[in-house]
Design a protein around this ligand. Structure first.
Ligand SMILES: Nc1nc2c(ncn2[C@@H]2O[C@H](COP(=O)(O)OP(=O)(O)O)[C@@H](O)[C@H]2O)c(=O)[nH]1
Ligand SMILES: [Mg+2]
Ligand SMILES: [Zn+2]
Length: 305
């Protein structure tokens, strides 16, 4: 049985020339909502590649063989570089409070590069069984000053995990990002039972697990809600445009939009700028300043090339 109706679908997996596409509007198809697709040969997407997370129109749907053809690509909201995933709505930055020890400067870089994607950014702290309640409250207060209501997890207790899962089911497309050894695979395996990615103690992390060759994939958490499975990726923070940086720190952004400060120049970078009125007495200011200064030297180097 074939149908020539066009349908809007979501690319959930990609291998060579093939794409797995979930139909967004499932009412006519019952269970058979996933199709193996190729791109129509005559179509030229202006040399744009199609990525996991892309919304596409599919046609020539064959319900029996579950095959279809991609005929066009919808405009995407954003595109993450590593791993390549389009249309992310939420980034969860995940760090452990111990083992490995919390590195605030590294955490800040992850948060800021996530913010630069113009998505909602959340902070998850794992391995809270390894610290006292007092330390946990201290960290919660700290990150609340950074502008994040951190979610604290602990493998032994599932309460917070259940809340996180409920939250994820309401988001369009989430991704978990963080350095090696913090519990990303453990968490994904809890979120998507049966996924069976291998976890490894921190010390074994240098040897690459065999799951590193698997492709990035979207998993459905509920109707219209997905999470990215990123086997083998230890995501690194991205480079961020220096002019965007002030807007990515809530401590600065809040001062500016509240109208609490007015610097002499509208494009003030709040470092050594003349007439700068920013209240710099917040914890992340040294991180901010360092980011500005290192991207400045980058910028000038590139100018000289
Ligand atoms: N104590 C403790 N260990 C955890 C927790 N979550 C994960 N781990 C351990 O941390 C190690 C690294 O986890 P893994 O999921 O492989 O981290 P990944 O590199 O971020 O994918 C494994 O040995 C896990 O069992 C936690 O909440 N508490
Ligand atoms: Mg892992
Ligand atoms: Zn300023």
């Amino acid at each position: 049985m074939k149908t020539n109706d066009k349908h809007l679908g979501l690319v959930t997996k990609k291998f060579n020339d093939f794409f797995l596409v979930d139909l967004k509007n499932q009412e006519n198809f019952g269970d058979s909502e996933r199709f193996l697709c190729k791109v129509r040969k005559s179509i030229n997407f202006k040399d744009q590649l199609i990525y996991v997370g892309d919304k596409v129109v599919i046609d020539n749907i064959d319900l029996k063989s579950k095959r279809a053809v991609i005929t066009s690509l919808k405009k995407r909201k954003n595109l993450l570089a590593r791993p390549s995933v389009a249309n992310i709505s939420n980034i969860y930055i995940i760090f452990s409070v111990e083992e490995p020890e919390l590195n605030l400067s590294q955490l800040n870089r992850f948060l800021i590069s996530a913010e630069s994607m113009e998505v909602s950014v959340s902070l998850v702290l794992t391995k809270c069984d390894l610290i006292s309640n007092k330390r946990r409250s201290f960290l919660l207060d700290k990150f609340s000053e950074w502008g994040y209501q951190a979610i604290t997890l602990n493998l032994q207790k599932t309460d917070n995990f259940k809340n996180l899962l409920t939250e994820l089911r309401q988001k369009e497309c989430s991704i978990i990002m963080g350095p090696s050894g913090v519990g990303k695979t453990t968490l994904l395996n809890m979120i998507i039972p049966g996924l069976q990615n291998s976890t490894a103690p921190v010390s074994n992390k240098i040897k690459r697990g065999k799951n590193t060759t698997r492709n990035v994939e979207l998993f459905s958490l509920s109707n219209q809600s997905y999470i990215v499975d990123t086997p083998g990726f230890n995501m690194q923070p991205l480079d961020v445009d220096i002019r965007l940086l002030p807007n990515l720190y809530s401590e600065i952004y809040q001062q500016v939009i509240d109208g609490r400060i007015k610097c002499k120049f509208r494009n003030c970078l709040h470092v050594n700028d003349e007439g700068c009125n920013l209240d710099k007495s917040f914890e992340r200011y040294p991180f901010y300043k360092e980011m500005i200064e290192s991207s400045k030297s980058h910028y000038y180097q590139n100018q000289e090339d």
